[in-house]
Design a protein around this ligand. Sequence first.
Ligand code: G6P
Length: 500
Amino acid sequence: MSRQTIGAPLPEKSQSTNQASRAPEPLHGHSDFVVVSNRLPVDRVPVEESDDGWRRSPGGLVTALAPVMATRDGAWVGWHGAPDETLEPFHHDHMDLIPVPLSTDEVELYYEGFSNSTLWPLYHDVIAPPEFHRTWWDAYRKVNKRFAEAAANSAARNATVWVQDYQLQMVPRYLRQIRPDLRIGFFNHIPFPPPEIFAQLPWRQPIIDGLLGADLIGFQRPNDTANFLRSARRFLGASVKAQQVHVKEADGGISHIARAEPFPISIDAAQIQALAARPDIIARSKQIREDLGNPKTILLGVDRLDYTKGITHRLKAYGELLKDQVIKVEDAALIQVASPSRERVESYRLLREEVEGMVGRLNGQFDSIQNTAVRYLHHSYPVEEMVALYLASDVMLVTSLRDGMNLVAKEYVAARSDNSGALVLSEFTGAADQLKQALLVNPHDIDGLKAIMVRAINLPKAESSRRMRSMRKQVLSHDVQRWSEDFLSTLQDEAVRDDR
Ligand code: G6P
């Protein structure tokens, strides 16, 4: 991949700016659109399975952005998932992929440490206690600088750079320092906590300042946006008007306006719908029901094995319903898919032990030779199998204690093309803002959760189809394509332009 150096001719599409005539020409590349995320959107596969040893990862983000990449000379900057390995940039799927190396120590301090043992619990209502270590913070800054430099080197003059998620909150600031010509967007996929909780972070000022390096900062919910703006005001003394922050550079650099707005993310609804109509997947869903002994009701939970997901609350409620004999093991089965996640982080190890202990006890107590109470699957599955599970299940259980969005809820809705099925949805998910016709629940209220599970199992057909129809309308008309278009067009909007 070619890299242009100082003084090299600009790519044809670039225009000059006032800034460029004042400052020395920074190093730049040729990509008009650069996405930066902790992970690259590809997984390594055996060479027999693909020409170049890589396959596009599942997930809405890459599906939405790949077409933009293809038409706009796009590049994606991210870690390729293996420590202590430096890879050259490569081309895959009409995208330039720019791998950022991480050492074993950096994986421990920046990824497992600051990202997933400080920020993740802090931003999810301190469900687990966050840990604060200065060595983690140092690694976070160092790695964020590396991501920013890689993005700066790939972006053409006046390019758009879109930074994703909590692992990279310092990137907008570092990037603006190196490349003030860029249009920078940031999207936070997880919740942003209220200032009363965010206040605990010893590095609350630089984190807010890092985010304010962006022109547009997107959040899942209006509440997250308000929390961020309140923190900007409180901890940085920023001047906030409407949803705009006037950012003055401490070093006398050019000031800019950073705008914060909600952009609730969604799914590739067309893909899920198409899979749900495929005869082989419909046949697979019937097979799943049959393999479970054709119970009257199948309930389903699908989560990363994460303490934010409320899996133990769900199991507790289900166990009590079995104990009370409100549910009988021959009539109902709960499938719990818990995909492995962040397995080297202590709180995740402890959760796995707790969940597996609970499942073992429930099954020991309630299984019969023929029937199992909880079918627990500690695996990740391809999207085809997930859709078959959605089709096979009468009740979907999403009981997160806190969740930025929860795309599983939206996928279930998109898959139910006959308008059947009931969605039990935690109030503490971003999705609850949009899926108002779900059976909403506070998962901390175990009696309330039990009652809503029973209601979902017995929901009259007319009511479930009225609810599902309305939720499907929402999800099908607000897909991830629309989400990325909304964000990127707002980012380009003249109103966001500052006085550069
Ligand atoms: C959440 C985060 C993502 C993250 C994903 C998987 O959805 O918002 O940024 O990639 O979890 O977690 P992992 O740590 O495996 O990347």
